[in-house]
Design a protein around this ligand. Structure first.
Ligand code: ATP
Ligand code: MG
Length: 741
């Protein structure tokens, strides 16, 4: 086969691409061409008539990656790829549930709850049940529910053996009922429900098994148990129509164990799918030698590895530049100077990434970039579809599509203000509870004969105050929806809801107005691109794409994102900022070998994003969450041999800033104990059995919390505590000085 499609590929890549109909595992390190092989195989199968686009399903990790894949395939082949299913697990499950909503027991226009919506719903249920949110932090309940769903368990399937978990289970049950009543689905629900649908419905299962002859999965190391089972079910191993499942992955890049991803899936895959060939790709085409060697050496510190080698035909290239900044501002200005220099040398801004471990770090960086007038785009963080004004607009749209959606109703019934006070809202909630109905039905009941909905118009919605005005508004918008194209209905919603005039009068509302207009643009492109351009489809797209859409594209801009969000991507130059103990590796991971290894894999992902140039920066002092932290360099910097690094001497004069005068630098930076504050606490004797799960405790620094988990004994004893303010942490009991209550 001498197709131009296959030109320039190495022998192992070719083998993987051209394998006959069988299941395969491609296990290979970063930059070895896994994604390229997967995409090329799809094109190859179609071109050589071994498969039609209709019989292919491909799973990618982000919607952005799915789009890129389709673009690449279209560039390689002049075929229509519409029939092909390419998307994330969530996106594909959503598609399946929309197509078979009745069989799945969902309303036709079911809405998707994102993480924030889900939390809001949990809080509402807790309030209704008068539950103390100190004893049962809502985030913990959320974690419990999602964790159970990701393990494939409904409330009825969960077995608990302590009173605290029994309460959590009760919430799960109440939450399940509420979701069913409102006809909404959270992210984990999309997967679980679609798994159950295929499992239960033989006709559908056979239909899809017959249809999808080839299933391909990128970033397989990050699939969780439920996703794996879903694949297995759909593929129909051992049946007459079993699909060929082609998965590519890298155990060294598994960075979602904290969300239930399980590299054990790779071993199971080998067994369950009777894999006879594991293909290893060992040549890295992305990075220069020094960068690759640094990554290879670093990851050797992990014990739990399948083991791989990576080499490059490229030269060594430049050493990794390391900059130790005095503080976060100094760090940011160094980065700005270097970016300017790179850009002046002809590197596109979009080919430069600025990475950080946690979103909170981006603020100072953004500030400096803004002052330097360097255009940048943030991926993740405050995402377009998660911005407040966008969520308000979407809530109106959700209500238009499905008035039973209580979450949406509560968000906007009095926003912009229309004189509906807390008391009338409480009354509405009482009525809904009594008649076991949605808030919308309660509102309709309350309006009674006061309005004639048949003759209602947008202008008499405005003239009526309170709940009546609101009901007329939604009702008239619902009527418009029936005959208007999507962008137009959005414009009407923005106008008649009062959102536009609200933000026109608000100080600093200009950005928000711009975003609202951008929402109409988003709908216009959606209508052009999507097969199903209905309002529910658009709303599903908004929930699933949150975090990936950026307002104002087109301009060459620097890329800012967390390391997690950078997975699979590559850039000419990469800045890895905040390389400090406690920040990266993150505080939360330090008590556990597993946690530390996952942080190291994350560091491996970060390093291997760079093609030509890599920077490490860290700040000796940093303001974060309102506190100044004094830091030492990340252990990961120490783990990389000096010969790959070049330490940059600070050139700017910061003596006038006064920041360094108040403490002794040498002392502050020489002991590791400064960063991990826990070790500074005095030892406290622990009596085993003194603590139990569910117990309320207080910590000198983190405040009040509840014990979630407990392990070890004697000097090894550790507890996991969920602190109301500081989040979840593992603490060594001996040092932590916890007090009951
Ligand atoms: P990651 O693990 O980071 O997701 P990957 O294994 O998926 O990496 P790709 O992104 O597919 O790697 O490839 C890395 C880079 O190497 C891309 O720019 C790709 O086009 C290039 N590449 C892959 N194979 C070859 C080849 N045979 N010849 C030239 N370039 C190649
Ligand atoms: Mg890849």
């Amino acid at each position: 086969m001498t197709s131009p499609l296959l030109a320039g590929l190495n022998a192992q890549q070719l083998e993987a691409i051209t394998l006959p109909h069988q299941s395969v595992l491609v296990l290979a390190g970063a930059g070895s061409g896994k994604t390229r092989v997967l995409t090329t195989r799809i094109a190859y199968l179609i071109q050589s008539n071994q498969a039609s686009p209709y019989s292919i399903l491909a799973v990618t990790f982000t919607n952005k990656a799915a789009k890129e894949m389709l673009t690449r395939i279209n560039a390689m082949l002049p075929v229509n790829t519409r029939g092909m299913w390419v998307g994330t697990f969530h996106g594909l499950c959503n598609r399946l549930l929309r197509a078979h909503y009745q069989e799945a027991g969902l309303p036709q226009s079911f809405q998707i709850l994102d993480t924030a919506d889900q939390l809001a719903m949990i809080k509402r249920i807790m309030k209704r049940l008068s539950v103390d949110d100190k004893r049962f932090p809502p985030r913990q309940i959320q974690w419990f529910i999602n964790h159970a769903k990701e393990a494939g368990q409904r409330a009825a399937d969960v077995i608990v053996d302590d009173p605290f978990s029994r309460h959590l289970l009760e919430f799960y049950l109440a939450y399940e009922q509420q979701c069913n009543r409102e006809g909404v689905a959270d992210f984990a629900e999309l997967l679980l429900r679609s798994y159950e649908l295929l499992n239960r419905n033989e006709i559908l299962r056979d239909h899809y098994r017959e249809r999808f002859d080839h299933i391909l999965v990128d970033e397989f190391q990050d699939t969780n148990r439920l996703q794996y089972n879903w694949l297995k079910l759909l593929a129909g191993v051992g049946t007459a129509h079993a699909a060929a499942v082609f998965v590519v992955g890298d155990d060294d890049q598994s960075i979602y164990a904290f969300r239930g991803a399980d590299t054990g899936n790779m071993k199971d895959f080998e067994r369950d799918f009777a894999i006879s060939t594991i293909i290893k790709l060992e040549q890295n085409y992305r990075s220069h030698g020094n960068i690759l060697s640094a990554a290879n050496t670093l990851i050797e510190n992990n014990e739990q590895r399948l083991g791989k080698n990576l080499w490059t035909a490229e030269g060594e290239g430049e050493p990794i530049r390391v900059y130790r900044a005095f503080n976060d501002t100094d760090e940011a200005s160094y980065i700005v100077d270097e970016i300017r220099a790179l850009h002046a040398d002809g590197v596109m801004l979009s080919d430069i990434a600025l990475l950080y471990r946690s979103n909170a770090q981006s603020r100072v960086l953004e500030h400096s970039l803004f002052n330097a007038s360097l255009p940048y785009r943030v991926y993740g963080g405050m995402r377009f579809f998660e911005r407040m004004e966008i969520k308000h607009a979407l809530a109106y749209l959700r209500l238009v599509a499905n008035p039973e959606d209580d979450n949406a109703l509560l968000r906007i019934i009095n926003f912009p203000a229309r004189g509906i006070g807390a008391r009338s809202l409480e009354h509405l909630q009482d009525v809904a509870r009594q008649q076991n109905s949605s808030l919308w039905e309660a509102a309709l009941l309350q309006c009674g004969d006061e309005i004639n909905l048949d003759t209602a118009t947008a202008s008499n919605a405005k003239s009526k105050k309170g709940i009546t005005g609101f009901v007329i508004l939604i009702q008239t918008l619902r009527r418009d929806w029936e005959h208007m194209p999507l962008p137009q209905i959005i414009e009407r919603v923005l106008l008649h809801s009062g959102l536009l005039s609200h933000y026109t009068t608000e100080r600093e509302g200009a950005d928000r107005l711009e975003n609202l207009h951008e929402l109409v643009n988003a709908a216009i492109s959606f209508v052009h691109e999507a097969e199903d351009d209905s309002l529910p489809a658009f709303l599903a797209h908004a929930s699933l794409e949150a975090g990936e859409h950026q307002a104002g594209g087109g301009q060459d801009a620097l890329q800012l994102m967390t390391v997690h969000a950078a997975k699979g991507l590559e850039f000419h130059s990469v800045f890895l900022s905040g390389l400090e103990e406690g920040l990266f590796p993150h505080d939360n991971s330090l008590n556990e070998i597993k946690g530390l290894e996952e942080e190291r894999r994350l560091m491996y992902v970060a390093i291997t994003r760079a093609r030509r140039r890599l920077y490490f920066t860290f700040a000796q002092s940093r303001m974060l969450h309102g506190q100044t932290r004094y830091n030492i360099a990340s252990r990961f910097v120490e783990e990389i041999p000096k010969s790959f690094l070049k330490w940059i001497k600070p050139s700017r004069d910061i003596s006038g800033s006064g920041r360094m005068s108040s403490y002794d630098m040498g002392a502050a930076f020489s002991t590791a104990s400064v960063a991990s504050g826990e070790k500074l606490f005095k030892r406290t004797p622990v009596a085993d059995g003194q603590w139990h799960i569910g117990q309320a405790v207080t910590h000198a620094k983190f405040g009040e919390g509840v014990i979630l988990n407990y392990e070890g004994s004697g000097s090894e004893a550790r507890v996991q505590v969920n602190f109301a303010r500081a989040g979840t942490k593992w603490l060594m009991l001996e040092y932590a000085k916890l007090t009951p209550g």
